[in-house]
Design a protein around this ligand. Structure first.
Ligand code: M6R
Length: 366
């Protein structure tokens, strides 16, 4: 079943271009360059009324939600709060009939996410589920479902489910913007064109991402490392860090790069590995100066940049570049080298890549 790959995780990383295509299929009207969600029970009138969105999930799905917040706020201009399901369910969230709660879950069976969904419905919110399993408990209990079409994900470390959740958020963001008329037609068309290019761009990233192996070998004996980024890159940094922890058992932390000076910089010492994401044009200069702060203290830096970048090479030890796309869409590409970094690090350490210690694929108990 691994189709020639050594592990499910590697296979699933390579399935991402297909998962992107399948998640988009039937949801884009080619003529009008519009997003269509057939069978959605939420009406345009209801979507017009929403004044607040909660995105609730666990683990990697929560990280996809962090990207979703950027996407929805930027395109549809609706305030979004992202919450970990085990926190949301035990506080008194301010939820009304005008709140839309989006739950995100690969398996559709995560106990905390399911409980959060039920609590949100009890409070009168509409619940939309983004899930990879259409027959799951979460899919059944939600008012509406956007299925990610990633196919079965076996490895405990989620890869293709995460990026498919991102694609679902891109479609949803454009859809909400369409309904609420918060973007111009021209912008919508270029967003859809950029979205449709993502599968082949992901293929391109996969074709050269093996280069990450040398960096993986260089970090395998370290006790600790850092991921830094700003804006949407910070959301990706969190996911990269979680991926590494899960399967390599190396401690890592993700930081918004602007926060370094407020404490973490004290931990930067000679040779400590730092993975720095710098894919956001608007934040680029700021990122370069943050990178200089860590290199000045001897950090060994891997940069993730956009193709054509010339600056980053000067301030980092190695650079992996990803093709240019709309800035909101870069996470779907920039996370791929990070997934491979954790894969190869785990492999180099001789760990059980697909079944890391202490973890289960689906967390059906609290
Ligand atoms: O099935 P779900 O998406 O609800 O699972 C949520 C988390 O348990 C899951 O994403 C977990 O963090 C993964 N092992 C991450 O790779």
């Amino acid at each position: 079943e691994k189709e020639g790959y050594d592990h499910f995780m590697l296979k699933e990383i390579h399935e991402q271009p297909r998962a992107f295509r399948n998640t988009m299929t039937g949801r884009i009207d080619e003529k009008g360059k519009k997003v269509i969600f057939e069978g959605l029970s939420l009406t345009s009138e209801q979507l017009m009324q929403i004044d607040k969105i909660f995105i609730v999930a666990c683990g990697t799905a929560y990280h996809a939600g962090l990207v979703g917040k950027y996407v929805i706020e930027d395109l549809a201009r609706i305030p979004v709060e992202v919450d970990v399901a085990s926190e949301f369910r035990y506080r008194r969230p301010i939820v009304t009939e005008k709140t839309l709660v989006i739950v995100v879950s690969q398996s559709g069976e995560t106990a905390d996410t399911l409980a959060a969904l039920r609590e949100a419905r009890r409070l009168g919110a509409k619940v939309l589920a983004i899930t990879n399993v259409v027959g799951s408990s979460i899919a059944r209990d939600a008012d509406d479902v956007i299925a990610t079409m990633a196919g079965p994900e076996i490895a405990v470390a989620s890869t293709k489910a995460y990026t498919s959740q991102l694609v679902a958020f891109y479609l949803l963001g454009i859809y909400l913007a369409q309904v609420r008329e918060t973007i111009e037609e021209g912008e919508r068309i270029s967003l859809i064109e950029a979205l449709e290019k993502l599968p082949e761009q992901a293929e391109e990233v996969l074709s050269y991402s093996e280069n990450i192996r040398t960096f993986a070998d260089s970090i395998k004996d370290h006790k600790s490392l850092f991921y830094i980024g700003r804006g949407i890159d910070y959301a990706v940094a969190l996911e990269g860090s979680l991926k590494l922890k899960e399967i390599s058992y190396i401690h890592s932390e993700a930081y918004p790069a602007g926060e370094l000076k407020h404490g973490t910089l004290a931990l930067i010492e000679e040779n400590i590995p730092v993975i720095a994401l710098a894919t956001q044009d608007e934040l680029y200069e700021k990122m370069i100066s943050n990178i200089k702060e860590v290199t000045a203290r001897g950090a060994h830096v891997l940069g993730i940049a956009l193709a054509g970048d010339t600056e980053l090479h000067k301030s980092t030890d190695e650079v992996i570049s990803v093709p240019s796309t709309v800035s909101l869409f870069t996470p779907a590409l920039s996370v791929i080298p990070l997934q491979l970094l954790s894969y190869y690090t785990s492999l180099a350490l001789g760990n059980d890549v697909d079944k890391p210690r202490n973890l289960a694929k689906s967390v059906t108990v609290e």
